[in-house]
Design a protein around this ligand. Structure first.
Ligand SMILES: NC(=O)c1ccc[n+]([C@@H]2O[C@H](COP(=O)([O-])OP(=O)(O)OC[C@H]3O[C@@H](n4cnc5c(N)ncnc54)[C@H](O)[C@@H]3O)[C@@H](O)[C@H]2O)c1
Length: 416
């Protein structure tokens, strides 16, 4: 198994390529202080790059053409001061070659272990189909690389925990690319609900995404690889919901612990694919608060996208668009009680946060900032997805583990 490109053996960093074990020694991101590594991956402690060290060498694993998501990671890395794109690995030689054409001078590989052994990377961005997130991330972490893994973090809670433990044991950064925390609609809701506390104590959240269409997208409709209908868009939705269910207004609020998940899954119509037709997860939080997330490919009966109820008001998103600064944009309706009546006003969604995820990765590794997205917060998402399915099969609610160690605020990037 060799690098797929013509540049095999070429040194990009001017340093001696090391064996796999060397990567851990040379990656320049060894800890400066001991103890408290349990909190490292939670973002409070920091893996520092030794003073005056070189750029952090980054590889992207997975360079697929479906959404060009591997290319997006590669571009963001190459645009981030202090990070350097040195390699792309894709098991499809044509995709590895495509990456080398897009980013001249990088190394191309078709096998992760070969890439690790070449010692060309300190950090790997894992951008492969869902089933391979955990195995590839674990291989990289155990070889001493820092890891950015795409959402969903993995398919199971156990996989997430193994990844978190591998990162702690190896004292390496592990973070999850929950890029939709930076979306303008979510940030607007976060501002209204969490920062301003505009609708009081939130006690119920609903999110609906549905339509009537055969699930498509190659491996995305193949449950063995995708994890099921909940694991793609659902990972973003559940991440948003957990981000909005917080105690106390302002940035100091804490995630409200989940207690149990109840799921209802349907497989009724699209039998030529293995993903479910409709999935639903109902989360019971501490204090009896609830959230209900539903995704469907067999629904001709729509619901509002968001319905958020608080003790001092409500927020509804029916998918309306309004005229606002910069043209038409989506909006939500806020209702608050005024003298016994419901006063309603529309809030156009703001812009996407332009700050860079990878700049935060660099700031974490090089100098003390929080990890952009804590892996513990991403594991909470997987807990909902996995336990909803288990609950649906068992016909009973499933208790959520690990909620006593939430690992700090839910949202660190870009809002925290
Ligand atoms: N956050 C977002 O907005 C967003 C958007 C699109 C995709 N994604 C995520 O990115 C990941 C990849 O999705 P995609 O659309 O790019 O898929 P894709 O099918 O286009 O590409 C996946 C690539 O991974 C390669 N691959 C598979 N297993 C591999 C392995 N073990 N080692 C090396 N290469 C391997 C395949 O050959 C393929 O080229 C998924 O987790 C998906 O959910 C996230």
């Amino acid at each position: 198994m060799r690098p797929s490109g013509a540049s095999e053996g070429r040194r990009l960093t001017g340093r001696r390529p090391g064996a796999g074990g060397k990567a851990r020694e040379r990656c320049g991101a060894r800890p400066q202080r001991g103890g408290m590594w349990g909190s490292t991956v939670a973002g409070k402690d920091v893996l520092r790059v030794s003073a005056g060290s070189d750029e952090i060498r980054c590889a992207v694993v997975g360079y697929g053409a479906a959404f060009n998501q591997g290319r997006s990671h590669a571009r963001q890395i190459s645009e981030t001061p202090g990070l350097r794109l040195t390699a792309v690995c894709d098991m499809d030689p044509a995709r590895a070659a495509a990456a080398q054409a897009d980013f001249p001078g990088i190394q191309g590989y078709t096998d992760v272990q070969t890439m690790i052994s070449a010692g060309v990377a300190d950090l790997a961005a894992v951008v492969v189909p869902h089933r391979f997130h955990a195995p590839v991330a674990l291989t990289c972490l155990r070889a001493g690389l820092h890891v950015v893994v795409e959402k969903p973090m993995a398919l199971t809670i156990a996989e997430c925990t193994a990844m978190i433990e591998a990162a702690r044991e190896g004292r390496r950064m592990l973070t999850v690319y929950h890029n939709r925390r930076a979306d303008g609609d979510f940030l607007t809701l976060y501002d209204l609900v969490v920062r301003r506390g505009l609708i009081g104590e939130v006690f119920h959240i609903e999110y609906y995404s549905g339509g009537y269409h055969r699930p498509g997208g190659a491996w995305r409709a193949d449950k063995a690889v995708s994890g099921g209908a909940f694991y793609d868009w659902g990972a973003h939705i559940v991440d948003w919901v957990l981000g909005l269910m917080r105690d106390g207004a302002g940035d100091g609020g804490r995630a409200v612990p989940m207690e149990a998940i109840t799921g209802f899954f349907h497989k009724r119509l699209w039998h030529d694919v293995t993903n479910e037709d409709q999935v639903q997860g109902i989360i019971r939080f501490a204090g009896g608060r609830t959230a209900d997330v539903q995704q469907s490919t067999i629904s001709l009966g729509p619901k509002p996208r968001w319905r958020i109820l608080g003790t001092g008001g409500a927020i509804l998103d029916r998918g309306d668009r309004v005229r606002a600064r910069g043209g038409e944009r989506g909006a939500c309706v806020v209702a608050v009680p005024v003298a016994g009546h419901a006063a309603q006003f529309q809030v156009p969604y703001g812009d996407r946060d332009p700050s860079s995820f990878y700049a935060r990765v660099h700031a974490h590794l090089a100098g003390g900032a929080s990890v952009p997205v804590t892996p513990e917060s991403a594991r909470r998402v997987i807990a909902v997805l996995e336990l909803a399915e288990r609950s649906s099969a068992a016909g009973q609610a499933e208790r959520v583990p690990y909620e006593d160690s939430l690992g700090g605020p839910h949202c660190t990037w870009p809002v925290g």
